[in-house]
Design a protein around this ligand. Structure first.
Ligand SMILES: [Zn+2]
Length: 219
């Protein structure tokens, strides 16, 4: 039941510290519509019956969707391989997005193999068509995004993977943040990145195969 999955996901993200009580949103696509967390409710108390439904034509079918539903709508319209979207404000990832440091630098094996390069989408006002359009431009090439001075977005073929990617994204941001604090960072070189990317096949991952040149090597 998508409503239950979405409600459980937002509570999980709150408990994980990735959102505050009033922030973040999660959705699952089902054919020509998607199920999305509601706006205005405490995120630790969202129930399956609170989940809103929006058509891919932009019409609100049921409930009061999160004000960020335009972002979800834009992504689903552009990428029909994406069935789940997770948008949060996790502190380490946001710290990097505030500092202008993206997650396109290959520093952790899992981040290269599973997450891929994560660029920063230039700032637009939250909950606007402008943000949805900007993020839409980036989602043509990338699966996962940082939003400048705002937050993070992961996308996947199912919600479990979308949540796992958000964990990997925040973990990578935390490690990079700490390495920046220490002041020495080893960034994988292109041949190492190619080998890490080749593991996608071993793991049976078909979703959006990255190339070594999609990453950045000079921080
Ligand atoms: Zn947000």
């Amino acid at each position: 039941m998508p409503e239950k999955e979405v409600a459980e996901a937002i509570i999980h993200l709150y408990r994980r510290g990735f959102i505050t009580l009033s922030e973040g949103n999660v959705s699952i696509r089902d054919g020509e519509r998607f199920f999305i967390t509601p706006g205005g409710l405490r995120k630790d108390r969202v129930r399956p019956e609170d989940i809103a439904v929006v058509g891919l034509d932009g019409k609100i079918i049921k409930g009061k969707p999160s004000s960020e539903y335009r972002l979800h709508l834009a992504i689903y319209r552009i990428r029909n391989d994406i069935n789940a979207i997770v948008h949060t404000h996790p502190p380490f990832a946001v710290a990097l997005a505030v500092s202008g440091i993206s997650l396109e630098y290959p520093v952790l094996a899992e981040a290269v193999t599973f997450l891929g390069p994560v660029p920063i989408v230039p700032f637009e006002l939250p909950s606007t068509d402008a943000l949805a359009e900007r993020a839409g431009e980036f989602i043509k090439k990338y699966d996962n995004l940082l939003l400048e001075n705002h937050g993070a977005v992961t996308t996947a073929e199912n919600l479990d993977l979308g949540l796992a990617l958000m964990e990997t994204l925040e973990h990578t941001a935390e490690v990079l943040w700490k390495a920046l604090f220490i002041g020495r960072i080893k960034i994988f070189d292109r041949s190492e990145v190619e080998k890490l990317l080749s593991l996608r096949k071993t793991y049976g991952l078909s979703h959006r195969p990255w190339r070594a040149e999609d990453f950045r090597y000079n921080l």
